[in-house]
Design a protein around this ligand. Sequence first.
Ligand code: SAM
Length: 337
Amino acid sequence: MGSRLPPMPKISEIVKLYKLSATKKLSQNFLLDMNVCHKFVQCISVTRGTHICEIGPGPGGITRALLESDALKVHVIEKDPRFIPPLEILKAASGGRLDVHLGDAQKYDIASIFPSNYARPWLRNIPSMNIVGNLPFNVSLGLLLQWLKQISNRSGPWQHGRIPLTLTFQHEVAERLLANRNSPHRCRMTIMCQHLCKVRYRYRIPGKVFVPPPKVHTAVVYLEPLRIPLINQPFSVVEKVTATIFHYRQKYIKRGAQDLFPPSMEGLVDELFKLSDVDPTHRSFSLTMEEWGRLCDTYADFCNEYPGLLDYNYRDPSTRHLPEKTVPFSLNVADLK
Ligand code: SAM
C-alpha cells in the first residue's frame, strides 16, 4: 500500500540547493536514486504500525522511501548538522510521521525513541520496530559490535524486544558476518553475530549507484536477534574467547587458547580442550558453533573459579597476577535472563 508525500524536489536537487557535498572525512556516499532507496525499504518488514529508527539519513533518500511505506513513524538520528534543514523540510511534509534527532548514534539513547507500549517480551514475536541505516562502513561495524552487546544484555533498544536491524556493510564485511564453517571469511565477528542473531544477506548494491561512488560494493544485511543465543554466556566471555583464539587464524586453536591464561596457569589450556571436548589441533575457522559454545562454557567456569581471569589480558602485564583460587563467584549471567 504505502503512503504518499506531497510533491517535493528530488533528493539530488536538495543536495544542490543546500550545497551538501559528501564529506570524504566522514566517508559520506549518498543514495540519490529513489528506486534504490525503495529497494532498501522493501528489505524491511514494515506493517501499518511500524516505528523505524534510521541512523545517518544524510540528505534523506532512504528516509523518503520509508515515509512512502506503511511505517507509522520514522525517527532519524543524524550526526552532521548540515543535513538537518533538508530533513526538517521532509518532516514538515510528513504529516507528523518524521522526527529528526541531531546526534551521534554511538551515544544516542535510541531506546527512548521507541514507544514503550510497543515493547514485546523477548520470547515473543519481533516488535513493530526496526533499526536501519546506510552508514559509513567503519561506523556500521563499530555500531554493530556495540549493539550486539546490547542484544546480548537485552539493554538499550533491545529492552523493547527483539528489534531487527537492516544495515549496509562493505561487501567483504558482509561475507564475514555470514560466513559458514570452514569459510576463509569466518572470523570473530561471524561468531559474535551468528550466536546472537539470525543473519541474512539481502542484496548487493553496486558501488556505482552511490554519489560519489565508493571503490567497493555494498551489501544489505538483515540481523534478527535470536530468542535464545546459541552460546549461553555473557558477551564479555564470548568476545574474549573468540577474539583470542581467532588471533592465530592459521595455527592450531591451542596456540590462541594459551593467551587466555597467564603463564602461571598454562596447565589449564589442556583442561580447556579436554573439558570442552574440542580438538586443540583444529583451526579457528573450522570450529562449529557448538564447539565455540563449549569452549566459552568451560572458560566461563574457569573464570568463576579464578576471579580476575576474565580481566586477564596477555598484552597487559599488570593483569597477570591473579588472586589465589577462592570460593567460586557467579558471572553475571543473570543479564541473559
Ligand atoms: N543514508 C544516507 C544515504 O543513503 O544517502 C547517507 C549515507 S552516508 C554513507 C552516512 C550518513 O551517516 C551521513 O549522513 C553521516 O553524517 C551519518 N553518520 C555517520 N556517523 C554517524 C553517527 N555516528 N551517528 C549518526 N549519523 C552518522
